[in-house]
Design a protein around this ligand. Structure first.
Ligand code: HEM
Length: 459
């Protein structure tokens, strides 16, 4: 089939436009990429240097080609290493997110056990404990002020859940210190930081100044010190490990895992395993507040399910409307909004030549709002995920990725989202503070330009 397609040329972003787009990417990469798609189409090349190709794609067929059909040719780890001048690879080492090929396969096999139904359900007491604490805190808080910093509260709670379930339930962590260092580190590794660095280096070069980016190193020192202490304690059996750390310790004892491997995997979990879910929950709560009729219908759905089977646990309830809400939320606000891959060998996508070593970028944010596939575009519409409407859109909707590098934590994330959102709905009525849609922006995760806050009333 491929041979029948005429060779085509990928539209090139004109060099005089690169500074404008560069500034746009710095300010708001979500908007800037969407704008470039409007100007150059569903495939285009942002060529920053003679032998570099950054090819953006925004069509489900191309996405299928990269993430599934020819996935062996497109590796994530190498892409991050090539484009990560800001040192994301130093932060994440060679953990599961960063590895490729056999190395990735071995890690995936080892970690898969963390996401079995039994393993996921074993995290329930900790989720319930953290949720109960948060509900008590909010109940108290709204006696004085009904506004809650929903985004920040969710981030901190999901980090606590992740550390208790994946590291140890016996340790008392300095959650705030970890959170601050992580946030700083992730921001320093973002697309924005990358472009800021490149623009600065580009501007200073003619003056003979060789600009080096170092901000990310400061945060890394803190995170490394935290990881080092945790790994030493684990190896010396000073505490009972849970989840990830239990698996890593067992493998360490079999001499198949090193200290560095444990450190790297810890960083990969700190990076991938909590603010994604926290952000997805935040935007779900925002939609419930912004669409009171949806909130009311989901409350009715929940009440009917409880009446039918009062003893069933929250996580076992069938709530189809709530599921539609989660899907639509992840369409409009996919926490992981960009995917990068490096092409190993020359390839062709729908007639377009992709040279070896090209970085291929997919923005799920843009893809999920593509007007040819989503008539509702930027607008919230639960009917998008009704069975007939969703037919044939598998590769136009990729909040958890696709292919073998798809999110390994998806089932855990969905389980946590259901328990937490239902728990909150049972206790609180949610309202927005302003009728205006929150402005969004992104580093590595899509967030509000201002932290998302909601008004809560106790039921
Ligand atoms: C709503 C929550 C979440 C979303 C939207 C999400 C999204 C994603 C996406 C899109 C990818 C693939 C990126 C790519 O292909 O380049 C990914 C990978 C990954 N996610 Fe998630 N994630 C979520 C929650 C979690 C959780 C709870 C965990 C772990 C406890 C987790 C662990 C990982 C790991 C380890 C990878 C790398 C997998 C691999 O390369 O084999 N994620 N996630």
């Amino acid at each position: 089939m491929e041979n029948a397609i005429q060779p085509k040329t990928i539209p090139l972003v004109p060099s005089h436009k690169i500074p404008v787009h560069g500034v746009g990417l710095l300010k708001n990469p979500l908007k800037a990429i969407s704008k470039m798609i409007d100007s150059y189409g569903d495939i285009f090349n942002l060529k920053l240097a003679k032998d570099s190709n950054i090819i953006f794609v925004n069509h489900p067929d191309y996405v299928k080609h990269i993430l599934k059909d020819k996935q062996e040719n497109y590796s994530r780890g190498k892409a991050v290493k090539q484009s990560s001048i800001t040192g994301l690879h130093e932060f994440l080492g060679n953990g599961i997110f960063m590895s490729d090929d056999e190395d990735w396969e071995a890690q995936h096999k080892l970690l898969k056990g963390l996401f079995s139904v039994t393993a996921i359900e074993s995290t329930l007491p900790i989720i319930e404990d953290e949720l109960a604490k948060l509900m008590a805190k909010w109940t108290n808080l709204i006696k004085h002020n009904s506004t809650v910093e929903t985004e920040e509260e969710m981030l901190l709670m999901m980090m606590r859940i992740m550390l208790r379930t994946q590291v140890s339930n016996e340790l008392s962590f300095d959650y705030k210190a970890i959170f601050d260092a992580l946030t700083g580190r992730v921001e320093a590794s973002s697309v924005k930081a990358l472009f800021r660095y490149q623009l600065k280096a580009f501007t200073l070069k003619p003056l003979g100044i060789n600009y080096k980016y170092t901000k990310h190193q400061e945060y890394l020192v803190t995170l490394n010190a935290i990881a080092d202490k945790l790994v030493s304690g684990l190896i010396n059996e000073e505490y009972k490990p849970s989840g990830l750390f239990a698996i890593m310790l067992a493998d360490y004892k079999l001499q198949r895992t090193t200290r560095t491997d444990i450190r790297d995997q810890f960083m990969n979990f700190v990076f991938a395993a909590f603010d994604t879910t926290a952000t997805a929950i935040t935007w779900t709560l925002y939609h419930l507040a912004a669409f009171p009729n949806v909130q009311q219908q989901i409350n009715q759905e929940l009440a009917a399910s409880i009446e039918k089977d009062p003893d069933a646990h929250i996580s076992n309830r069938q709530l189809p409307l709530l599921q539609l809400l989660f899907k639509e939320t992840l369409r409009l606000y996919p926490p992981v909004w960009s995917y990068a891959r490096e092409a190993a060998e020359d390839d062709v996508i729908n007639g377009y030549p992709i040279p070896a070593k090209s970085i291929v970028v997919i923005s799920s944010y843009a893809l999920h709002r593509h007007p040819a596939f989503w008539a509702s575009g930027d607008n919230f519409d639960l009917s998008n995920f009704e069975k007939d409407n969703f037919k044939g859109k598998t590769f136009a909707y990729i909040p958890f990725g696709q292919g073998k590098r798809m999110c390994v934590g998806r089932a855990l994330a969905e389980y946590q989202m259901q328990i937490i959102v239902e728990g909150i709905l049972q206790q609180f009525q949610l309202e927005t503070i302003s009728k205006k849609k929150p402005e969004i922006n992104a580093n590595i995760i899509i967030k509000g330009t201002e932290s998302v806050r909601l008004k809560l009333t106790k039921k």
